[in-house]
Write a protein that binds this ligand. Sequence first.
Ligand code: ADP
Ligand code: MG
Length: 621
Amino acid sequence: MALLQISEPGQSTNPHEHRLAAGIDLGTTNSLVASVKSGLAETLPDQQGEHSLPSVVRYTGDNIIVGSEAKSAAAEDPLNTISSVKRYMGRGLADVNELGGRRPYEFVNADSAVPRIHTVAGDVSAVEVSAEILKTLKTRAEASLGDALTGVVITVPAYFDDAQRQATKDAGKLAGLNVLRLLNEPTAAAVAYGLDKGAEGVIAVYDLGGGTFDISILRLNKGVFEVMATAGNTSLGGDDLDYAVAKWIMDEAGIEDDSSHHQMRRLMRTACNAKETLSKQNSVEINIKLDNGSNWNGSLSLEKFNELISPLVQKTLLPCRRALRDAGVEATEVQAVVMVGGSTRVPLVRSKVEEFFQQQPLTDIDPDTVVAMGAAIQADVLVGNKAEDDLLLLDVIPLSLGLETMGGLVEKVISRNTTIPVARAQDFTTFKDGQTAMSIHVLQGERELVSDCRSLGRFALHEIPAMVAGAARIRVTFQVDADGLLSVTAREETTGVESGIEVKPSYGLTDTEIETMLRDSIEYAEGDVAARMLREQQVEAERVLEALEAALDEDGELLNTDERQEIDLAANRLIELSKGSEVRAIKEGIAELDKVATEFVARRMDGSIKKALAGHNVNEF
Ligand code: ADP
Ligand code: MG
């Protein structure tokens, strides 16, 4: 007889109860909700059968409209119609102003750190606007699935920092959702393709959406995804392609740059439609009504379109290169390239990516829905519908963490793109005899000098026993937990005295700042190398010239006037060149001098051998 089963207290007695879960792709341009039904992930449509919800919210005096209706009203009511709000999630007013962009609505210069957009319905924050989008998707999912959602997974760009992630979670809460987890968009896409079930190896996820570009290099190992590196551009996407086309229309139609909000909206919408048509056709007819009442007609060929957008597409390859370098892999080692985002429908994007990675990218799953589908699969696991799933998704830290050492230098303890959670310890010692305290300065960044990095915090370790300099063993441990929180502790090993702090590594850092810090470190690193190479060549030139001078002093009589003149000329040229900064020119100057002095060197050799031999017996050699 089988044993009777007893459930744990508080747990369901029905082991087959299916909890409702959904994955939400909260996009800059479009948002989607998906759910796993009978084992398959699918996006859920609204009552009109539309799957994709434009991430646009319109505030009127008495209600809030979300989606395509809001999007259509954008041209008439630009100031109360908020689009691309994801760009402002978790950002301060300073960041928002720095972002600039072509937004028509207005931010209020409020005292609060959270920027608010002014609308007829009052001032609203990015979190509140996003919550409206999420509420709409929640309602849609519950209507479609027939019951309340137990939990959701919301996706975020891999580049989102703590503040942006927190803002996204807050928006979920505000929408009445139980946010089980935030999931990186590239990981969700890889999950949707079932790559977690496939062969082990390196996967690149190329995501070109409406407003952002992300490239992520993932490594799949025993069914576990590790984000090896991420890079991207937070202000590059389909909107920019639209703008390139709009600009072309403006040039062709002779429209001024400072045209009205309404006209700009119309232009952008027309440009966007033209762009999307060019993903299926070789040319498109454009017809647009202008502010002055007239109409403009024109034709845009795919060839011309490619020419307009080529620099933008090219711009995505730089982060691709950087991500590969950070991950320490070659393009040829990438086993699969996943295409994500509506803009990867653009033929030029596909061909450039194929060329870059030297393989055909995966495009079978609709690039618009792939992220939501992956999120749905993950949500399904997290609510407990699939007990046996071992899917584990790891994150990385965006910038290196380290501490200040003598001379204002930074010692990196955890390098950027290390997967979290992580803990690393390093031993330090005292600088002076009898030193009883040590100041620990925690820094974030890639540069060598403290002044070029960002200070995260300081703390002191006291009660170090007085010893001679260098005898104490202070173990400093950096620990970053799964949520990206850093804690640093210092412990004197002989006495066990301990001290520490907890810091949020990316708190207050916008990803633009992260990008800038990275770019600086790369640029300066190259600058440092170039300076060193120049210095080395100059030293070499100096050495050659000094040796020549000594030789001429000693054996100048071995040369006739012409020969001497030729050598002097080459020497003077090298002196001039080494005052400049052309490494190659100095190198060539040295080679040139070497060449004209060959004969002289040979004669001196002969002479010196004779000299050396004079008075010696050959057998001594
Ligand atoms: P996000 O993740 O930023 O919300 P999406 O992945 O939804 O963005 O992509 C939206 C972008 O994709 C928009 O710029 C849209 O114009 C573009 N897009 C959608 N369909 C096509 C298409 N067929 N051809 C070219 N671009 C497209
Ligand atoms: Mg997207």
